[in-house]
Design a protein around this ligand. Sequence first.
Ligand code: DAH
Length: 356
Amino acid sequence: MTQPTTQSTPQSIKELEQRALKELAGANDADALERWRVAYLGRRGALTTFLRGLAQLPLEQRRELGALGNQTKSSLEEELVRHSQEISQRLLARTIDQERLDVTLPGRPTTIGRLHPTTQVVREITAAFSSMGFSVVEGPEVEWERYNFEMLNIPHGHPARDMWNTLWIDYRDEAGRQPMLLRTHTSPMQVRVMESTQPPIRVVVPGKCYRYEATDATHEWHFYQIEGLAVDEGITFADLKGTLYEFARRLFGEERKVRFRCDYFPFVEPGVDMSIDCFACDGGGEGCRICRDSGWIEIMGAGMVHPQVLKGVGYDPEKYTGFAFGLGPERIAMLKYGIDDIRHFYTNDLRFLRQF
Ligand code: DAH
């Protein structure tokens, strides 16, 4: 920028003013304006130096040039204010222009999440039972061996323990036993519910279970189960059949038939597995992928609560009877939606999840 002038003539001050105005016109932002102000009007600026230099001149000249100098100074100051206002207005106009809102633009779609397919099916199943008078309760995923096995009539060393490949918690009691595990099924909640209430009982228990399992298309090491329990005076196998039949029709359609076959679970007697006739081939079998030609699909285990289990929680098995059932919501979802691999549920692939 311009060096201070040393000559003191009306001509030189005119030139100084001209130069200053020219430079000011080229200053386009706050920094440039400040630099300009320092160069001309600052303490060591050109104009200030000029005015200071007048002190050495004879009075006559000093008066004339002093008046001229002061005039120039105030006109440059005014010009600076005017120019800065112009610049800030220009900047403002540009910002407004850039940020202008086009109210006619369609809004950006909000991506809303959705419920996981397992959650959807769990809710559908629990809703079906709720409408039949069952309440929904949940229990701990880390469980005592006592609830997961013993109280369900599966004592230590009982071969039935092999039905559940167990993940044990790395914790030992004083006796050196490992009494804690990740529950292998939701059945332990039968015991917890009976211990804490009196009949009549009607509950369903959705929740996560864990097994020491190699995964494949039909096995996961963690999965959901929904347990059901009804205990009261005078409950019979007919109640079990009626309730589960009604459930099957609500979930799979009015036309469904059901089939009960004997099965073994230590905590029920008699124990059954329940199948529905295949909704894909309407029970026809022959070449059906869903029921693998059999015409029937197993959907749950069930049975009449074992007297030993009732006794264990202090109920009189002569007075109270009940039925229990357990089903896997992932399996139900796989059947309903034709999903061919249980591992899809928990690999978090959006291409899979978005289909539900
Ligand atoms: N807990 C059993 C399992 O994990 C399923 C089951 C079968 C639950 C029969 C029941 C039942 O309540 O009565 O394989």
